[in-house]
Write a protein of this length. Structure first.
Length: 280
């Protein structure tokens, strides 16, 4: 490795741009002091290398990682890049350098500081993706399904397959308001596209389905096992804004409405409530 690693790499923020920077790092035999997005650059006395996004170079880096280090290491690199946090590029680049030096087993060496940092980034992204698979709720807008999410990390690529397989015959949109992107699906095509100033369609009155879901949620509750601390562990409060069944609990003065009785009584009560909703 060259001792000229005092410069800064700057790139366009895309994954292909990052991989192009990885290519330049190895070609120049330089491990830079920092790796930043153009828009996030601050004045510096260090020499700056402006990475030009080169799709051929990016593809070569992907093939090189997969071929020499294995799909597991490539998967860690791809997931860690979805992490939304300062210094992720530098951490991933150092991980890649270490992996090429130490071989395929590097991804499992989570006791190593540089590997552990990337491992924690992947874990955080996986956790966020799983929560949004569970807690994303749609509203009906003239036959299309619309959902707005505010994830900590960019999870649309990870939840894409789940929703496209689960509701593949529907038209739906999941808008990531934090990262300015949307997952758009029709039965013929699916794409993740950057979005600015998105004006969401009017979803009209969705109260029937919301009330139905609230009724179901309330009736399957077991009063004797009510444990708010345990529930917040499995369903953190920051996700409640998306869930019609618990949104009202965010309001001040809310009193829990738990159902008690035998399974038969609960079933009768639920059927009666559904019938009442249908007759409205």
């Amino acid at each position: 490795m060259s001792d000229r690693g005092i410069l800064i790499f700057a790139y366009d923020g895309s994954f292909d741009g990052f991989l192009s920077g990885v290519f330049d790092s190895f070609a120049m035999k330089i491990l830079p002091a920092d790796f930043v997005v153009f828009d996030d650059m601050e004045p510096s006395l260090l020499k700056i290398h402006y990475v030009e996004t080169n799709f051929e170079h990016a593809k070569r880096v992907q093939k090189g990682i997969a071929g020499k280090l294995g799909e597991g290491v490539l998967n860690m690199v791809e997931k860690a890049f979805l992490f939304d946090g300062e210094g992720k590029e530098n951490a991933i680049l150092r991980f890649i350098w270490k992996a090429f030096k130490e071989g395929r087993s590097t991804g499992g060496k989570i006791g190593d500081e540089e590997v552990n940092r990337v491992f924690k980034m992947c874990t955080a992204v996986n956790y966020e993706a799983e929560r949004f698979r569970q807690f994303t709720r749609f509203s009906d807008s003239k036959g299309a399904l619309v959902a707005v999410i505010h994830p900590k990390h960019f999870v649309l690529p990870l939840i894409r397959h789940f929703f496209c397989a689960r509701i593949k015959n529907e038209h739906f949109l999941i808008f990531d308001a934090e990262h300015g992107a949307a997952l758009i699906h029709t039965p013929q095509k699916t794409a993740i596209v950057p979005v600015e100033n998105l004006e969401l369609p009017d979803c009209g009155d969705d109260s029937f389905y919301s009330d139905l879901w609230k009724s179901y949620y309330r009736h399957i509750a077991i009063g004797d096992r009510y444990n708010p601390v345990c529930r917040r562990t499995h369903m953190p409060k920051r996700f409640w804004q998306y869930l019609p069944e618990v949104q009202e609990e965010l309001e001040p003065g809310y009193v829990p409405k738990l159902t008690f009785g035998t399974s038969a009584q609960i079933a009768d009560s639920l059927r009666s409530e559904i019938k009442s909703l249908l007759e409205k």
